[in-house]
Design a binder for this molecule. Structure first.
Ligand SMILES: NC(=O)c1ccc[n+]([C@@H]2O[C@H](COP(=O)([O-])OP(=O)(O)OC[C@H]3O[C@@H](n4cnc5c(N)ncnc54)[C@H](O)[C@@H]3O)[C@@H](O)[C@H]2O)c1
Length: 405
């Protein structure tokens, strides 16, 4: 619990019913903050539309919240609204509740889902860009001084070659040549290089933040998060009704959790392409901790958007599959890649901001891989194997390649 009463904040967790949002909401409540979850439950509706379910059985948001208070948690309230569509409701919620901070997870977050069809591309853009913009416009209209902590992605930097350069935390120092031959240096937003419509919405979010911070002084921390792995935190393990979701299907399942689930059910680990793609990772426990650190260390009203790289380690996908195979005896299956992406890339990332704030990273070697395999093994009978393959293709060329016999 927080030691000082005055450091308690009233915080909205937008998207607090989701995979990252739910453990974050209970963690902030446990830390003594006054938490209100705002979520339109669209993620649960997408599961129904796709005909898939979380591998772990998850209870309704109402039951989650009841279980949380019954097990001694500080009350968390819930408001079911759509931040991309219900602008007036969002504004009146801000005016009536007057939050100090808002953690913004409420976006469509799967790259493959965003690339499925023109309908899912349009939905992802409408939902993510409108949602973020509504939030910013509502904060300005309310006149409140609210700190936004937004969950962005490492994917905004792109997964092309960075030629061995370290990716800075959001801003790149560049030298600009002048007509008289002199140069000046400036810090600019790192060029964005999105690899999917989903990633593109996150790069658009960055510009919205830049503008509202510059024009209206909105205080913003943008967390460029790596791929989250793991399932539960200590708090969501407290009671089965608090269990977090575990996505394994071809659209929403993220790479490492998919490998762990595949290993648990004896399904060959699916590596798409050469396996040379390098990605950044973070365990759900560290993700939750980082959000709390960001919330409790807000920028001042004159600071530009604070950007943190919220990741703890980078791995090549093929090497990661081999690591899981070595641990579990699984086999690795190399498949055509449905994504249009570099065959391989480097990814060296500066993550000093969180380390300096006290984050002690949980690494893959901490024995947690096996813990997650155990979660997956426990619920293996709930897995629908027909939903494992990744079938959302980036272009017709990739679609033809994955359909080829
Ligand atoms: N999971 C990861 O590996 C990962 C990695 C990097 C970044 N992120 C980012 O973290 C955030 C949360 O990701 P997640 O994995 O928890 O996703 P998730 O889909 O599990 O959760 C998102 C939540 O937001 C809600 N939501 C979506 N649109 C909404 C709207 N318009 N109004 C109200 N609620 C809405 C959904 O119902 C869901 O509960 C996303 O913004 C995502 O881009 C996630």
């Amino acid at each position: 619990m927080l030691e000082q009463q005055e450091s308690r904040v009233k915080v909205f967790v937008l998207g607090g019913d989701g995979f990252c949002g739910w453990p974050c909401a209970v963690n902030l409540a446990e830390a003594g903050h006054d938490v209100l979850i705002v979520d339109n439950l669209s993620r649960r509706k997408i599961d129904i539309d796709l005909g898939v379910e979380s591998l772990t059985p998850i209870t309704t948001i109402q039951e989650r919240l009841r279980a949380w208070t019954e097990t001694g948690g500080r009350e968390i309230r819930f408001s079911g609204l759509d931040i991309a569509r219900d602008y007036d409701l969002l504004l009146s919620l801000l005016n009536s509740e007057r939050p100090d901070a808002i953690v913004h997870f409420a976006e469509q977050r799967a790259a493959p889902y965003s690339m499925k069809s023109s309908a899912t591309k349009r939905y992802t853009v409408d939902n993510n860009v409108n949602g973020t913009h509504n939030l910013l416009a509502a904060i300005v209209e309310s006149g409140l001084d609210v700190h936004i902590v937004h969950l962005g992605t490492m994917g905004v930097y792109g997964y092309g070659s960075h030629r061995g350069a370290t990716i800075p935390e959001g801003y790149l120092t560049v030298e600009v040549p002048q007509p008289d031959g002199t140069r000046f240096t400036e810090k600019i937003l790192h060029p964005s290089d999105p690899g999917s419509v989903y990633h593109m919405t996150k790069t658009l979010d960055q510009l919205l933040f830049h503008y509202y911070n510059k024009n209206d002084g909105v205080r913003i921390t943008d967390l460029h998060q790596g791929i989250v792995w793991g399932t539960n935190t200590e708090l969501t393990s407290r009671d089965p009704r608090l269990t977090n979701r575990f996505d394994y299907d071809g659209d929403y399942g993220t790479v490492l959790n998919r490998f762990l689930m595949q290993a648990a059910i004896g399904y060959p680990l699916s590596v798409h392409g050469t396996g040379g793609q390098t990605r950044a990772f973070i365990h759900i426990r560290d993700s939750v901790r980082c959000v709390q650190l960001a919330l409790e260390n807000p920028p001042t009203s004159t600071d530009k958007v604070k950007i943190f790289n919220q990741m703890t380690e980078s791995h090549q996908v093929g090497a990661l599959a081999q690591k899981v195979a070595d641990l579990t005896g699984a086999t690795v299956n190399y498949l055509p890649n449905p994504r249009k992406e570099a065959v391989e890339n480097d990814l060296i990332v500066d993550n000093r901001c969180f380390i300096e704030l006290g984050l002690k990273p949980t690494t893959l070697d901490d024995g947690l891989l096996s813990e997650v395999v155990d979660v997956a093994r426990r619920w293996a009978d709930r897995c629908d194997r027909s939903r494992i393959p990744c079938i959302s293709a980036w272009t017709k060329t990739q679609a033809a390649a994955i359909q080829a016999p």
